[in-house]
Design a protein around this ligand. Structure first.
Ligand code: NAD
Ligand code: ZN
Ligand code: ZN
Length: 347
């Protein structure tokens, strides 16, 4: 079968012919119907040899941590899904037995690393292939009649912002304001989730005019260039200089510093982007009771909730699709920053 693999550190990913895998007992083989390309893949492929070694990912590795498909073959003993079921793959897999996993928060499993459990496409073979192995049927969430290509990105570009926003919900009351920094794959879904589940005024910031147009198209009340002029424009638009929550899908020093200038008492700073920016912490370094969090992906229950938002028509992912042969172009476009929404590879 064909797969898009990261083969050599620093080199672009390649489409290769690899053996079609067979499910071991307890595993499920799915025929992939769509796979999304995330900036985190670009981040991993941008690491130096030394940095990459710290992650311990074996190469070659099939990319893709957003995946949906149809159950193709059941490993021995699997009874909870059936051949032909349309499914979404829950990526941040854990041990299944610890306290976090018992709550469906496998994204926060403290044992995954020691047990060598890695998400598909981020340490083990992922979804950018004709078929993929899923370690356990519990990682498969029913997709139902949702269109695979239009909805595959919800497994990360939907789930991650949903989890990030849900933790701030008690603060996002009528009259509150939320800033989304970076209206790309995750950010443009974050804007829609904020509009769907909160009454907050939503402001988008980006460095690209095209992304600002997308932000407004998907529901942002205001969209401004992410530069030193942004705090002034936000203050003018809101009639006050601070906001309730900032969801930063970039996380570099300029966006961390921009966020610092927008925080007031009890504001939330939620850093989702993997940029290497840092923030000052301390009683006198920030407004009273302002919080900072760095959430990772989301729980299995939250994935089900995000899919329900899509079913209700409240979240629509903007997608540009690519064939598997053309998948390297998807990553090239992601790297260039010229995609509208998410790049989706359709094997
Ligand atoms: P993307 O490339 O689709 O979107 C990034 C957006 O940020 C683009 O629109 C870009 O124009 C904009 N941007 C770049 N610099 C900016 C700046 N200085 N100010 C404002 N906007 C700026 O990326 P994505 O796939 O949406 O991923 C976003 C980030 O989230 C990445 O860092 C990714 O690694 C990370 N991520 C984290 C998690 C998690 O669990 N924490 C999960 C998925 C992705
Ligand atoms: Zn991702
Ligand atoms: Zn666990």
């Amino acid at each position: 079968m064909k797969a898009l693999q990261y083969v050599e550190v620093g080199a672009p990913p390649q489409v290769r012919d690899v053996p079609k895998p067979e499910p071991a007992p307890g595993e499920v083989l799915i025929k992939v119907t769509a796979a999304g390309a995330c900036h985190s893949d670009s981040f991993v492929m941008g690491l130096t040899e030394e940095q990459f070694a710290q992650f311990g990912y074996p190469l070659p590795m099939t990319l893709g941590h957003e995946g949906v498909g149809v159950v193709d073959t059941l490993g021995d003993g699997v009874t909870s899904v059936s051949v032909g079921d349309a499914v979404a793959v829950y990526g941040p897999q854990g041990c299944g037995r610890c306290y976090q996993c018992a709550q469906g928060k496998e994204n926060y499993c403290p044992r995954a690393a020691e047990l060598g459990i890695t998400p598909p496409g981020l340490g083990s073979d992922g979804s950018m292939a004709e078929y993929m192995i899923v370690r356990d049927a519990r990682h498969l969430v029913p997709l139902g009649d949702l269109d695979p290509v239009a909805n595959v990105a919800l497994t990360d570009a939907g789930l991650t912002p949903y989890h990030a926003i849900k933790m701030s919900l008690p603060k996002l009351v009528p009259g509150s304001t939320a800033v989304v920094i970076g209206a790309g794959g995750l950010g443009h879904v974050a804007i829609q989730i904020l509009r769907a589940i909160t009454p907050a005024t939503v402001i988008a910031l980006d460095v690209s005019e095209d992304k600002l147009a997308l932000a407004t198209d998907v529901g942002a009340h205001h969209a401004f260039l992410s530069d030193s002029g942004a705090p002034g424009k936000i203050g003018e638009a809101l009639g006050r200089p601070t906001v309730t929550a900032v969801f930063d899908f970039v996380g570099i020093q300029p966006t961390m510093d921009l966020t610092a200038s927008l925080l007031g008492t009890e504001s939330d700073q939620v850093v989702v982007g993997v940029g290497a920016g840092t923030a000052n912490i301390g009683m006198l370094a920030r407004p009273y009771d302002s919080a900072i969090r760095g959430p990772y992906w989301g729980s299995r229950a939250e994935l089900m909730e995000v899919l329900e938002l899509a079913r209700a028509g409240l979240v629509t992912v903007e997608t540009e699709s690519f064939s598997l042969d053309d998948a390297p172009t998807a990553y090239h476009r992601l790297h260039e920053g010229t995609l509208r929404g998410r790049a989706v590879v359709v094997p």
